[in-house]
Design a protein around this ligand. Sequence first.
Ligand SMILES: Nc1ncnc2c1ncn2[C@@H]1O[C@H](COP(=O)(O)OP(=O)(O)O)[C@@H](O)[C@H]1O
Ligand SMILES: [Mg+2]
Length: 356
Amino acid sequence: MFIKEVYLENFRNYKNQTIQLNENVNVFYGNNAQGKTNILEALYFGAFGRSFRTNKEGELINFEDSASKINITYEKNDRLNKLDIALNKKEKKTIKLNGIKLSRNSELVGNINIVIFSPDDIIILKQGPSLRRKFLDILISQLKPKYLHELSEFNKILEQRNNLLKSKKLETIDIWNEQFAQKAEIIYKYRKKYVQKLQEKLEEIHPELTNEKESIKIKYITRFKSKEEFLEILNQNLNLDLLRGYTSEGPQREDFEILINDKSLNLYGSQGQHRTAILALKIAEMKIIEEEVSDSPILLLDDITSELDEHRIQAIFNSVNKYQVFITCTDINLILKYDCLTKNIKLYNIDSGKIV
Ligand SMILES: Nc1ncnc2c1ncn2[C@@H]1O[C@H](COP(=O)(O)OP(=O)(O)O)[C@@H](O)[C@H]1O
Ligand SMILES: [Mg+2]
């Protein structure tokens, strides 16, 4: 699949800008703070209905205005589609796909398939579990819109249960436990399936990145696998949960772990091993999407020359030669030196929210 055209109106530092895009490689280059990442952010918004940099939609609207637009024309399975997003400081955003208004985010996600690699991703495997859950949840949501729906239902139940715990009103707790355990099992099954798929892909990708020297494993960490087991734990934890005022265990706290040569990456991994592992995960994500959607995902590479060395950048480019790729960089020469990219490449010089 590929994005043909994007139009930005009062989005970040863009006033009115139409960008015709190349089917293969697109490079946005220019000095810092000119608006390169802003373009990737707009494309990402088209895929997920949210930014990868902020949760506050108001920040996306140009300082001098109160409403903005992102219009995206993209081709998927040989069909042309039009996505229109309208952001407003005072109202809820509206999203239309081919003229039809979407009422939920889960109707949007999965239409445009995007994988992003940004300098911030280096910490996914280092920090606490929430970024890892997000990685997994985004991957699954793109492929199974139903999952995103289940997840949001689960979060509502969790919130209700936590409210009961805080107010210590336990008359209806059994009903909420039942619903919690039911959704928890569903989420566990999805996550387990996709962790398994990631494992299969990682086994192919990672040895190539390390010249066959290291083995990699990904393991989902949980204490329960079925509704009944979830229910049992909820009951066991009830006193603790009451004391804390929130639900101590469940999908909202779970995590996955990466093992390199059977040792925890998080505990023992070097900086280089972290970079390689996250790169392998991202490539695995692309391969899974490509397989399940039977169309290639779009890759956003934000400022990769600042975080990855030549060897690792070459590895990304080797695995995406047919994809549509968007690259941002300050020094165009650091990108042009990769021969594999220069066959079908379009360059855009970005200066103060304009393509010059
Ligand atoms: N809501 C906004 N309105 C106007 N300008 C904005 C807004 N949000 C960010 N900017 C401007 O966008 C620029 C940063 O854009 P970005 O794409 O992150 O830069 P880079 O080219 O380094 O990737 C800064 O100059 C910032 O002031
Ligand atoms: Mg940037």
